[in-house]
Write a protein that binds this ligand. Structure first.
Ligand code: ADP
Length: 260
């Protein structure tokens, strides 16, 4: 490989997927109930980054995620996804960006009860006008990727919490988005199932996704590459706790306990 090619490749590798700069959000500005939630948040994420966001309840974590995901507008500051300024997009372009470039994972899974696992995963593909037979094959591949190919015909109430979250992750991956936003994805799961979801996120990050996950669970947060705390309206990187870096050891211990 020539030096020039190598440089170009590095540039692509280092490409900013999420770029948040000096973000401010005030709910009900000028009113008695005004809430000044974000006061200058800046954060950058590249391909392969898996970051977690923690902070006290009500500090604005969901607000931040919703702005990055194009669901809420900021008062000032900038959010770019793949270099595209969200604020500059008209409604149609923003919807398209949301469906094609951002995958969401929620605490409550957000699956449709009367659709099978396969049909749930097909939803974003249908929204993107992917032909039905192709959507079916793609959804099946995605279920395989999250280890659920043998559950494709199951409805959400016939699956465990962890399995439902895997279906939701497969759905989030449907249009191969660069960004995964996860709002407390392990909040309804027990510790070992939560760890399995974290392992899946690590795998997806290794495959090039940029993943931003909100969590209250310190141990799970520290399993990511970087941990950020949102406090008083700004985010700051938290030093990784060496005691919590042994998450794999913890998991092994849990598995040993299960076997006993
Ligand atoms: P977190 O996710 O950290 O718990 P949120 O982003 O949900 O925090 O909320 C941050 C603050 O903004 C809270 O005080 C909440 O009451 C307020 N808030 C959230 N959404 C709205 C809204 N749509 N209108 C007014 N206030 C809101």
């Amino acid at each position: 490989m020539t030096i020039k090619n190598e440089l170009i490749e590095n540039e692509i590798e280092n490409q900013l997927i999420i770029s948040i700069s000096n973000l401010h959000k005030i709910y009900d500005p000028g009113r008695a109930n005004e809430v000044n939630v974000l006061r200058g948040v800046s954060l950058e994420m590249r391909k392969g980054d898996f970051f977690t966001l923690m902070g006290p309840s009500g500090c604005g974590k969901s607000t931040l995620l919703n702005i990055v995901g194009g669901l809420t507008k900021q008062n000032s500051g900038s959010v770019k996804i793949n270099g595209v300024e969200l604020d500059s997009l008209k409604d149609n372009a923003l919807s398209e960006l949301r469906n094609l470039h951002i995958g969401w994972v929620f605490q409550s899974f957000g699956l449709i009860d009367n659709l099978t696992a396969l049909e749930n995963v097909m939803i974003p593909l249908d929204l993107a006008d992917v032909e039905d037979s192709v959507a079916r094959l793609t959804a099946m591949e995605l279920l395989k990727r999250v280890g659920l190919e043998d559950r494709a015909d199951h409805f959400p109430d016939g699956l465990s919490g962890g399995q439902n979250q895997r279906v939701a992750i497969a759905r989030a991956l449907a249009n191969d988005p660069e960004v995964i936003l996860a709002d407390e994805p392990t909040g309804n799961l027990d510790t070992s199932t939560g760890l399995e979801i974290i392992d899946l996120f690590k795998e997806l990050a290794a495959q090039g996704k940029a993943i931003l996950m909100v969590t209250h669970d310190v141990a799970l947060a520290h399993a990511a590459q970087k941990v950020f705390i949102l406090r008083n309206g700004v985010v700051a990187e938290e030093a990784k706790d060496p005691a919590l870096n042994g998450i794999q050891k913890d998991k092994a211990e849990i598995e040993t306990e299960k076997e006993m």
